[in-house]
Design a protein around this ligand. Structure first.
Ligand code: SF4
Length: 414
């Protein structure tokens, strides 16, 4: 096994590691290690792959949790068809896709090549903004060129780290030489994606899950996890949680196994997610969370420690979200900035009489999900942080410091 250390904490598995098999010590799995752990690459036809994905009810592991079988069935196979692995993990709170690309690049490549072969195409593009992830993928491709040469053309393309640049339509537009912002016209990638060709696009973990599904077969794949969404999933844990960083968990794991006790609000789904008062009775199963109006999105779970000012954390992220607007839709550009000023007023004990109208005015007012995601984040925070808001209104502060538990990427906005 090669021994490329990660500078951040090594990932952890609750239960048996599958995606993270062999890498929970933070060392990268080279090709021989990967083959020992996961076996040789197996071929599935498009019909077989879609049937297997339907049998295990595999959902995409980016934001939308779209059924993989439905997406596979929507893409016409052929030589023009494109496969795009979206590794633009541009939410600073999430590290799961970077972890996969850095530590288990061959699992990601197996998944991408399984899809490409099923779709009878040789065009695979991996969009990535992280240098360590890109280097690991390049090294993995070199290993394969020597040991397992294949006809597929796999390109690793660097993309900007900006938040909305990671949205799949922005990724495709940027790969085609345009600005890395979502286009105003809503066209499905399966119809006209990269280079205008039919495109199967999904995020990194989805491709790694496809590789596992092909390697294990649907019965073994579904031997763990929830009946509604079998298997395991990756999360990034932050703050006052049982582990820190990237964890692999079975999909039926109760969330209070990761966020024990009931003290302090919990953010589910990252900066386009929602705050909840506690996680009692919730599991990580995406369909069950969706039924309750919640989403895992890119798998971020954060609980603020008691000694941190929660309202300061929310204010910092709201300002950051406003700064991430791509600036092409007026309601988004001006509305998110005004909303950030409102939240800042509340932090400093001032009133913000227009905040509710501001939130309502942002709903479904952009070319992408950024305004709606920002509204979900702020609305749920104001619903959950009623005690903190009252304290700040009375005293102008709660006396607790801003701790910076929720990361803001390379650009600080404070
Ligand atoms: S809604 Fe905002 S982030 Fe999305 S495309 Fe429009 S300006 Fe850009």
């Amino acid at each position: 096994m090669s021994t490329t250390p990660l500078t951040r904490s090594a990932p952890t598995a609750f239960g048996s590691a599958r995606l993270l098999a062999g890498v929970t010590h933070g060392t990268r799995a080279d090709l021989s290690t990967h083959r020992r752990l996961h076996g040789p690459q197996r071929h599935r036809t498009l019909e077989e792959l879609a049937a297997d994905a339907a049998r295990v009810q595999l959902l995409g592991r980016g934001g939308a949790a779209f059924p993989v079988a439905t997406k596979l069935a929507a893409v016409p196979p052929g030589r023009r068809t494109q496969v795009v692995v979206n590794g633009s993990e541009s939410e600073p709170a999430s590290r799961k896709d970077r972890t996969l690309m850095t530590l288990t690049p061959h699992l990601v490549l197996d998944g991408a090549l399984a899809v490409a072969r099923a779709l009878r195409t040789s065009h695979v593009t991996i969009a990535v903004h992280d240098q360590a992830a890109a280097s690991s993928l390049h090294a993995a491709l070199q290993e394969r060129a020597l040991a397992e040469p294949s006809p597929e053309l796999v390109r690793v393309e660097r993309r900007p780290a900006r938040f909305v640049a990671g949205e799949i339509r922005a990724v495709l537009r940027g790969l085609d030489g345009g600005p890395a912002v979502p286009p105003s016209r809503r066209t499905l990638p399966s119809e006209a994606g990269l280079h205008g060709a039919p495109t199967f696009a999904s995020n990194v973990e989805t491709f790694a899950q496809i590789a596992l599904l092909v390697s294990l077969g649907p019965a073994e794949y579904a031997a763990v996890g929830s009946p509604e969404e079998p298997g395991t999933t990756l999360l990034t844990l932050l703050g006052d949680t049982r582990a820190q960083g990237v964890v692999e968990v079975p999909t039926d794991l109760p969330l209070d196994a990761l966020v024990p006790g009931t003290s302090g609000p919990v953010l589910l789904g990252g900066y386009h997610g929602r705050w909840v008062e506690d996680v009692v009775g919730l599991s990580v199963t995406r369909p069950a969370l969706r039924a309750g109006g919640l989403a895992l999105n890119a798998g971020v779970v954060a609980r603020l420690p008691r000694e941190a000012c929660a309202l300061a954390e929310v204010t910092a992220v709201t300002r950051w979200l406003a700064a991430q607007s791509a600036g092409q839709c007026g309601p988004c550009l001006f509305g998110t900035a005004a909303l950030a000023r409102d939240v800042d007023d509340l932090l400093h004990g001032r009133t913000a009489p227009e905040v509710d109208a501001r939130l309502a005015g942002l709903v479904r007012r952009g070319a992408c999900a950024h305004p709606d995601g920002t509204v979900a984040f702020v609305t749920s925070a104001l619903d959950v942080l009623t005690d903190e808001l009252a304290t700040h209104r009375r005293h102008g502060t709660c006396g607790r410091p801003y701790a910076g538990v929720l990361p803001l990427g390379e650009r600080s906005v404070r």
